[in-house]
Structures are given as C-alpha cells and as structure tokens.
Design a protein around this ligand. Structure first.
Ligand code: PLP
Length: 362
C-alpha cells in the first residue's frame, strides 16, 4: 500500500473575492459557509490510496448505485483550525482525529487511511484556504469524511472509497448560547447498543439520532441526551457531545467508554486538564435517577457537554417525560468555566502547550 503520496494542486480558477469572503465571514453561523477548495484521495482495492488532490470545492457526480447511498458505509471527523494571536494557524490534536478515523474505518469494514495522509490533507486545505479563518471567536471547522463509492448493490464492504476534506468558516455553535443549554432525555429512542457502532464516528449514528433531536427541539430543548440501550437507565452522551457532572466536593464524573459512547477528543482533554488541576475524575456510570436526585440535593453543582463544535457548554435544565429539573442556578459554574478557559487558551495558543496538543500549520 502506498503512503508516500503527494498532493496534486489544482487551485480554484475563480475563488471568491476578498470582498465577498469578508461579507460571508461577518456572521458565519455553523456549517453554512464553505471555502474555495477541498482535498480528495481515492482508494481502490488492489491499488490502495491514490490520486491525492487539492482541488476546487464542487458538487460530486455519483452513480445512483454507489454503495454509500444504499448501505451508509460512511465515516467522518470534525476538528478546527484556530488563528493564534501572533498570526499563526494551529490544529488541535489532529493525530487523535487521524487515529479515531482509522478505528471508525475498521469498525465499518473500510480501509484505514494512513495518519500522515489524514493530517497532510488537513494541512493542505488549511494552507490554501487560510484566508477563510474568521477572526475573534471564530475558527475553520474541518470535515474529513470517507464513503463507499463502488457501483454495486450487493451487500458487502465496498471495493472503492472516496476520502474528502472540506472546510467551513464557523462562529459560535450555539447561537446566543454563551450561557447554559437545556437538554431533553430521550426515553423512547437510543443511540447505540453494545456491539453496535456507537464508538465509530459514522453518519448512521447521526441518522438514528435525528428523530430524538427533533423531539428535543419540540420540547424547547437545545440537545438530546441518550440513555443506555440495555437498561435505559445510565446517561450516555448527547447527540454529538460527551457529558460531565461536577459535584460539591469538586470531583467530576463522566460516563465510561465501553463501545456505545463516542470517545471524544475534547472529553479526553478535559479529563487530563481536570486531573492536572487536582480534581478527581471518575469514569463511571451515572444514572438519570442520580442526576435528578443529586441536582435536587445540591450534591451536583454543575454539568456540561463537550465536543469540538461547542468546546465546553454548561447544561442548565434537563427535561424528560418524567418532569424537569435544574442544576444549581441553571447557569454556568466555576469548574465548567475554568475547564473551558483552560482548553480554549491552549487551542488558541494563549496558554503553554504542556501536552504537545497543538500542531502549528502556518
Ligand atoms: C464527534 C462526537 C463527539 C465529540 O468528539 P470530539 O472529538 O470531542 O469533537 C461526541 N459524541 C459524538 C456522538 C460525536 O460524534
């Protein structure tokens, strides 16, 4: 298998003008403003990875019998490029995304993209589209993904794949939500079962979560919280974010990784930061009943969701078919804020990078 691929550069012949780009970057929102280019790499059984390109972002032409359209053999990643105060550009732990992408691929019966190609694709795209990184609190959200594109309706792992990375200029994830978000506990739907694909970042997990997320919105909540699929008792995670609980003794609890929870890189980073700040972190199951009781007694002081898109976001109100409850004053707490600041300062190059998490691209 070839890993020493070089990227062929096909720069956009008519990129968006500086003036037009500036207008789009004023209030980009999340996932609607895209850059001029994309990176593509192809895989063919017997030949391996080939045809690595940096090319104009454009619609794809897919045969209607492409396997992904029928059997959803697709995985993705999400990470951000941040502008630093000295004018540089950094990625946060891209090697961790590369490793997780390989694990997702393995679970979905797909070929594993070598880490140097994965990180190389990110760096190529960030360099060519660097002018699309917004200032202030904004960043460039990078979306690597890979799907089965063999033209065949038989049910088997595809013999051909297309890996693509696109980039989107983004602002804050939860609009007008610098404060706490509200969550809806889904008791009818689950996200992932033991032996399933919960630990793989595949589009299918999201497809299965959308109805529950719509239910959350219908109940006036920002996000859905899933319980485990076996007992419907243990808190697992949000639709696309991991969850932490902060207690009155300053300790933290987060649900353990066990195959049904997505191993978040933000989750892993928060565990390290909390431990190094002298806080105890337990990875152990935590039930919805305990969540409600501990919020009522005051033993639970704070809860927060974490992930690349929204960094660290406090959870204020929990709603469910069995009634609602609020944590503390329903807003943010000092442990949540402290961890958020510690994380964001490293990501933005404002604090020393003691863990070697930051990869400078420019
Ligand atoms: C991507 C994702 C997360 C967060 O992972 P990060 O690496 O922290 O961005 C959490 N849960 C789910 C279901 C996800 O898809």
């Amino acid at each position: 298998m070839t890993t020493a691929l070089t990227f062929t550069h096909l720069p956009h012949p008519a990129p968006v003008s500086a003036e037009d780009r500036a207008a789009r970057l004023v209030d980009p929102g999340f996932g609607r403003v895209f850059t001029d280019h994309m990176v593509t790499i192809r895989y063919t059984e017997g030949r391996g990875w080939h045809d690595a390109k940096v090319e104009p972002r454009a619609p794809l032409s897919l045969d209607p019998a492409s396997a992904v359209l029928h059997y959803a053999q697709e995985i993705f990643e999400g990470l951000k490029a941040y502008r630093t105060d000295d004018g540089g550009v950094c990625l946060f732990r891209p090697e961790a995304n590369a490793a997780r992408f390989r694990l997702s691929a393995r679970r979905m019966g797909m070929p594993e993209l070598p880490d140097e190609l994965f990180v190389g694709a990110l760096e190529e795209l960030v360099r060519i589209d660097r002018d699309w990184i917004p200032g202030g609190d904004g960043s460039l959200y990078l979306r690597p993904f890979m799907f089965a594109n063999e033209v065949f309706l038989g049910v088997k792992p595809s013999s051909e794949y297309l890996f693509i990375t696109i980039a989107s200029s983004v602002g804050q994830y939860f609009k007008n939500k610098a404060e706490a978000v509200s969550v809806w506990v889904s008791q009818d739907y689950t996200r992932a079962a033991p032996g399933g694909t919960g630990a793989a970042k595949c589009g299918g997990n999201y497809a299965a979560s959308l109805l529950a997320q719509a239910e959350a919105i219908a109940h006036g909540c920002d996000q859905v919280v899933f319980l485990d699929a076996v007992e419907r008792r243990w808190v697992e995670e949000l639709g696309g974010m991991n969850v932490f609980f902060v207690f009155d003794d300053g300790s933290l609890t987060t649900p353990p990784l066990g195959g049904t929870i997505l191993p978040g890189i933000t989750r892993d980073s928060i565990i390290r930061l909390a431990q190094d700040a002298g806080l105890e972190v337990r990875e152990r199951p935590y039930s919805l009943d305990d969540w409600r009781a501990d919020a009522a007694s005051g033993h639970l002081r704070e809860a927060f969701a974490c992930g690349t898109a929204a960094a660290v976001t406090p959870i204020g109100t929990i709603k469910s078919g069995q009634g609602d409850f609020t944590i503390g004053n329903g807003g943010s707490g000092s442990v949540t804020q402290g961890l958020r600041t510690a994380l964001v300062d490293i990501q933005r190059g404002r604090a020393p990078d003691r863990y070697n998490w930051v990869r400078r691209v420019i």
